[in-house]
Design a binder for this molecule. Structure first.
Ligand code: NAD
Ligand code: ZN
Ligand code: ZN
Length: 382
């Protein structure tokens, strides 16, 4: 089969790889119908994630048609069209029983903090992902979810990560009716977090980025007040001024460890790698939220040191919450929201790309070219 093949930082290509096989009675093999590139893939592509091995196939957001199931997968059959949550979760361990499907204790042989994730380095289990014609899906009796007949396949693929992650970002913010919510990052995740903030009762939603075409999109899509941080003298001062000097009720970090906006953090974190990337968006979130407020973090950070202002967290009495989204937990209500027209995820898909053009798609997504917001790969044709 044809599959994306990681060759080192900034180098991906498509190669022939062996067909994935059933390795365990709970496995399934799916023929991939759609597969996205995510901001999380950019951390891999930029060489920021430890133990990303040459030859790995990325891709944790995919839908597919079931080809084959192992003997313990009773709920799926060949021909079913499923969406596959990005978390690999057993559904049975201590953490899965609490709905913490991003923190499954069984699915990741190489770390305990995070569960397995498709195509996300050996720190997340070393599983090949769905930027390929076929993929092996472990614990297929638990994760994959039938795509309802009425649902657009483009919405379905965004339910594997973007929609649940944006939703959980808003949920972890503990938004109360009328709250002012500031979302850092106008990529797909920030866009969806801003949209979902309204579902939780926000009274004002502000989005910060420095890419104007993304700000323009989220301004209409969420809708939201938008600001380009390059045009502000000081982000935190501006946020205080626009919230009566108190700060926002909730700040959401939908940027993660590759934030731009601070020369110091860029040099220390991204160039010299003395900290795990640049955490400037998290700084802004912590310093822009009001005393007693909540900072919800879905932007991805490495496990080691970041220059975060922890003293401000203590002295302001903040609550920090973060996680990999527990995709499966949110699906029933998000499917209802899509059906009711409360969210229209597919509107953010700007590019449809054949698998063979994947190197171009990574480059464009990484450099924010051609007004790209969310690219979808079609590994087996349209
Ligand atoms: N926790 C989870 O479950 C989960 C799931 C998916 C993605 N993520 C993470 O969420 C983050 C966003 O993902 P995405 O797909 O939207 O990525 P993306 O790269 O498309 O978007 C990130 C956006 O942040 C903007 N940005 C950079 N520095 C900024 C700053 N200082 N302040 C405000 N905005 C800034 C960029 O211009 C860009 O538009 C990534 O870190 C990704 O790894 C987490
Ligand atoms: Zn993703
Ligand atoms: Zn588990």
């Amino acid at each position: 089969m044809r599959a994306m093949d990681y060759r080192g930082p900034y180098r991906v290509r498509v190669d022939d790889k062996p067909m994935p096989q059933i390795q365990h009675p709970r496995d399934a093999i799916v023929k991939v119908t759609r597969s996205c590139i995510c901001g999380s893939d950019l951390h891999l592509y930029h060489g920021m994630v430890p133990d990303t091995r040459i030859g790995q196939t990325f891709g944790h957001e995919f839908t597919g048609i079931v080809e084959e199931v192992g003997p313990e997968v009773g709920n799926l059959k060949a021909g079913d069209h499923v969406l596959v949550p990005f978390n690999i979760a057993c559904g049975q361990c201590h953490f899965c029983k609490q709905g913490l499907f991003g923190n499954c204790h069984e699915s990741n042989p190489s770390a305990t903090a995070v569960g397995g994730i498709f195509g996300y380095s050996h720190t997340a289990g070393g599983f090949d992902g769905g930027q390929a014609q076929y993929a092996r899906v472990p614990y297929a009796d638990f994760g994959p979810t039938l795509i309802p007949d009425w649902m657009d396949a483009d919405d379905a693929v965004l339910l594997t990560d973007v929609v649940p992650t944006g939703y959980q970002a808003a949920e972890m913010g503990g938004i109360q009716k009328g709250d002012t919510v500031v979302v850092f990052g106008a990529g797909p995740i920030g866009i969806m977090a801003a949209r979902c903030a309204w579902l939780f009762g926000a009274g004002r939603v502000i989005v910060i980025d420095h890419i104007d075409y993304r700000l323009e999109f989220v301004k209409n899509f969420a809708p939201a007040e938008v600001y380009n941080f390059k045009e502000l003298d000081d982000v935190v001062t501006f946020m205080k001024k626009t919230t009566d000097g108190l700060g926002a009720d909730v700040c959401i970090d939908a940027v993660g460890a590759e934030a731009t906006g601070s020369m110091l953090q860029t040099i220390l974190g991204k160039r010299m790698k003395l900290e795990a990337g640049s955490a400037i968006a998290l700084h802004w979130a912590i310093n822009s939220v009001k005393k007693g407020g909540i900072v919800s973090i879905v932007g991805v950070y490495g496990p080691t040191g970041n220059l975060v202002p922890i003293g401000n967290v203590v002295n302001k009495g903040l609550t920090l919450r973060g996680n990999q989204a527990a995709v499966k937990r949110h699906l029933p209500k998000l499917i209802d929201h899509i059906k009711a027209g409360h969210i229209n995820p597919k509107a953010m898909i700007t590019h449809r790309v054949p698998l063979d053009d994947i190197a171009d798609a990574y480059h464009m997504f990484s450099d924010k070219l051609d007004n790209m917001i969310k690219p979808v790969l079609l590994p087996n044709g349209a």
